[in-house]
Design a protein. Structure first.
Length: 169
C-alpha cells in the first residue's frame, strides 16, 4: 500500500477569522491558497499518477484542499474522516488504512501538528516529530502490502513542500 499524506493549503488567518464568531472548522482557504494548491496538485499527479481512495478532515480548509486534489485526479470521490480533524485518533486512521487493498494508493488530507505526529508514528512508532509538513505540503509513505496493526513499519519515500510540488507541476 502507498499512503499520500497532505496538509491543507493556506487558510484565512485564524485570529481574523475568529472575529466572525464562526467555528474554526469553517475557516476556508485563501484565494491564493486555492490557486497555489491547484498548481501543487499538478505536481502531486506527476509523482503519484493515480489515487484509489481520498479521505479528508471535514473541516472546510482541508475539504477544499481535498477537492482541489480530487479535481487534479479527474474527480475522485472524497471520503469524510472525523479521525483527521485536529486531535483525531491515529489508531482509528491506521485501522481505516488497513481496510485498503495491499496495492492501493490512499491519500489523506488533514491538519498540523496531527499529520506530522501521524507520520512519525507510522514510520517509527513514536509521535516525536520526525518532520513538519508545511501548508499544502505532502509526504509519501510505502508499505509492503497492508500496514501492520502496529505502527512503525512504513517507509518514507519523499516529503515535499507546496512550492516544490508547484515546480513539479
Amino acid at each position: 500500500m502507498r499512503l499520500l499524506v497532505i496538509r491543507h493549503a493556506p487558510a484565512e488567518d485564524r485570529d481574523e477569522f475568529a472575529k466572525t464568531e464562526k467555528p474554526d472548522g469553517e475557516r476556508p482557504l485563501t484565494p491564493t491558497g486555492k490557486r497555489d494548491m491547484a498548481r501543487a496538485a499538478k505536481g502531486l499527479r506527476q509523482l503519484v499518477p493515480s489515487i484509489d481512495v481520498l479521505a479528508s478532515s471535514p473541516y472546510v480548509r482541508a475539504w477544499q484542499t481535498a477537492q482541489i486534489v480530487a479535481d487534479a485526479y479527474s474527480g475522485l470521490t472524497i471520503t469524510p474522516m472525523r479521525a483527521l480533524i485536529p486531535g483525531g485518533s491515529r489508531t482509528e486512521i491506521l485501522r481505516w488504512l488497513r481496510t485498503a487493498g495491499p496495492d492501493a494508493t490512499v491519500a489523506i488530507v488533514g491538519h498540523e501538528p496531527d499529520l506530522s505526529e501521524l507520520i512519525s508514528w507510522l514510520l517509527a512508532g513514536s509521535t516525536k516529530d520526525l518532520l513538519s509538513l508545511k501548508k499544502g505540503g505532502a509526504c509519501f509513505i510505502e508499505y509492503d502490502g497492508r500496514p501492520p496493526a502496529r505502527p512503525g513499519a512504513g517507509t518514507m519515500a519523499w516529503t515535499l513542500t507546496r512550492s516544490q510540488l508547484e515546480r513539479l507541476g
